[in-house]
Design a protein around this ligand. Sequence first.
Ligand code: GDP
Ligand code: MG
Length: 163
Amino acid sequence: RLPTLVLVGRPNVGKSTLFNRLTRSRDALVANVPGLTRDRRYGRGKVGGRPYLVVDTAGFDPTAKEGLTAEMVRQAELAIREADLVLFVVDGRAGLTPHDEAIADYLRALGVAVRVLVNKTEGLDRAIARADFYALGFGEPLSISASHGDGVREMIHEVLAPF
Ligand code: GDP
Ligand code: MG
C-alpha cells in the first residue's frame, strides 16, 4: 500500500498548486471522488523516486456546523481518516492566522499525524518564514514553494522517510 498524504489548510494557501506539482510525474493517475459541494481529488505521484498517494481537499472552516462549509469539513474528514500523514499547508507570506489555529485544534482532536508545510516561501528567508508556525505544535515546519518547486523534493524525502 502506498503512503497516503492528505493536503489540508485554509483556502488559498496553495494546496491545489502543491497537489498538481506532486502528481505531475509521468505515471500520475488522478481520480476524482465527487462530494456534494467539493471534490476530494486523489493522485498518484512520485518525487525523488518515492511513490505516494496524495489527496487534495477544499479549504475549510472546522468550526462550521451546518450548510456547505460543514459538508466541506465532512469531505475533508473522510480523507483525513484515510491519511498516513496530513500535510497541513499554511501561507508563509500571510503568517499565522486564527483560522490556521482553528484547523490545528481540529487536527489535534482527530489525533492524526501532521506535518506543517509553510508555502509561498520563494524569495524569503526560509527559516524566518517558518518561525511563526512552530506555535501550531506539530514540530518543525518545512518551507516550500509549491508554485516554484523550491523544497518540494526535500519535503517529500523527509515526510516519507518513516514509511
Ligand atoms: P488552495 O485554495 O489552497 O488550493 O490554493 P491554490 O493552489 O488554489 O493557490 C491559491 C493562490 O496561491 C493561487 O493564486 C496560486 O497561484 C498561489 N500560490 C500557490 N503556491 C504558491 C507559491 O508557492 N508561491 C506563491 N507566491 N503563490 C502561490
Ligand atoms: Mg484548492
